[in-house]
Design a protein around this ligand. Structure first.
Ligand code: SF4
Length: 348
């Protein structure tokens, strides 16, 4: 049987395990205090536990299951991108983004991605596997350790389509927000989706105040088909209907994420159409000028980006532009993992 992840071991399981080891029941509270209160997962640091118990914990549980294999710091703004090596040798990325008094973590939900958006390195080789809830929670703890404190905001915008790993993602959301666990406000957690309609509806049914960010990238289906392959692409109208349901059930306005790609989705007509959709569906727009990699897409010129933003705003929609953060060399999602994969393949 695969080892359990200590960070998401149910308290009753932990209690049963302690009983088996002949340990008193209060040890469960000591262990969960370390994890949820002090954000410490490594048994060797749990100093109020007997040495033998620390050893048994480390032997019987993943605590943690992954390690930081690469760390890229952007000296310009303090953004740190971490490549985590998982217990089976696969990699995901985690980004720690400090801004004023706040720290935001960008977490991955899958190894690789089945959606395969054409501008994104994460989906190039498809999905390898889903992350387990314990692995995502370990990302959170490693991000907090990197930041030196508990982080304020979480965005599930790293590698993967989180809503295709729904059950594990929900376990993570529950653990992050449970008052007796990490006690975060759901409003400080953003779930991002490429527009996977069944997943948006399932998330809406939870009736929780998580923020939903929908990567629309195009105001019409013809343009969207140039950016997202058929397999997991839903029609724009269906996505926005699902986003309406989400808004009604959660009471939260959705954000439409829009990666601006030169000559693909950056025309004034597309800006007008996007603005109209955002107003009709009471959604905010977040423009993301494309972060150029070696791929075929280009970032639009500055005037084009500014003009696009003005046109969306003129329609009456609330629009923001993502500030470029992080190191140029590895800023785009999936770049560190892609390089590591390449290296792994070259060495085979
Ligand atoms: S942008 Fe997101 S959904 Fe699209 S391939 Fe990349 S990780 Fe997957």
């Amino acid at each position: 049987m695969m080892k359990r992840f200590l960070v998401d071991a149910p308290v009753c399981e932990l209690a049963a395990w302690l009983r088996e080891k002949g340990e008193p029941a209060f040890r469960a509270k000591q262990i969960t205090d370390w994890i949820f209160g002090k954000l410490t997962l490594e048994p060797e640091k749990m100093k109020n536990l007997p040495a033998g118990l620390r050893k048994s914990l480390a032997g019987d549980f993943f605590a943690p299951s992954c390690r930081v294999a690469e760390r890229v710091l952007s000296p310009r703004d303090g953004v740190v991108k971490l490549r985590l090596e998982l217990h089976d040798g696969e990699s995901v990325e985690l980004v720690v983004i400090p801004a004023r008094e706040r720290v935001t973590l960008c977490l991955s939900t899958q190894v690789g991605c089945p959606v395969g958006c054409r501008f994104c390195a994460s989906g190039v080789n498809g999905l390898v596997r889903n992350l387990r809830a314990g692995e995502m929670l370990e990302e959170f703890l490693l991000g907090c350790a990197e930041a030196g404190r508990k982080c304020d905001n979480i965005v599930f915008m790293g590698i993967g389509e989180g809503l295709l790993n729904f059950d594990e993602l929900v376990k993570v959301l529950e653990t992050l927000t449970a008052p007796e666990k990490f006690a975060m406000s759901p409003r400080r957690i953003t779930v991002s989706t490429s527009g996977f309609v069944p997943g948006i509806l399932k998330l809406a049914a939870l009736e929780k105040e998580f923020t939903l960010a929908v990567s629309l990238h195009a105001p019409d289906d013809v343009t969207r088909a140039k950016i997202i392959p058929d397999k997991l692409r839903y029609p724009v109208a269906e996505i926005l209907e699902a986003a309406d349901v989400y808004r009604e059930k959660s009471g939260r306005l959705c954000t439409l994420e829009y990666t601006l790609l030169e000559g693909v989705n950056d025309s004034p007509e597309q800006a007008e159409a996007l603005g109209r959709l955002a107003v009709r569906h009471r959604a905010k727009v977040n423009l993301i000028p494309y972060n150029e990699t070696s791929g075929a897409y280009r970032r639009p010129r500055r005037e084009v980006i500014e003009n696009f933003e003005r046109t969306v705003a003129a329609s009456g929609a609330a629009v923001t532009r993502r500030v470029e953060r992080g190191s140029k060399s590895a800023a785009a999602c999936g770049q560190l993992r892609a390089r590591a994969e390449q290296k792994r393949n070259d060495e085979k």
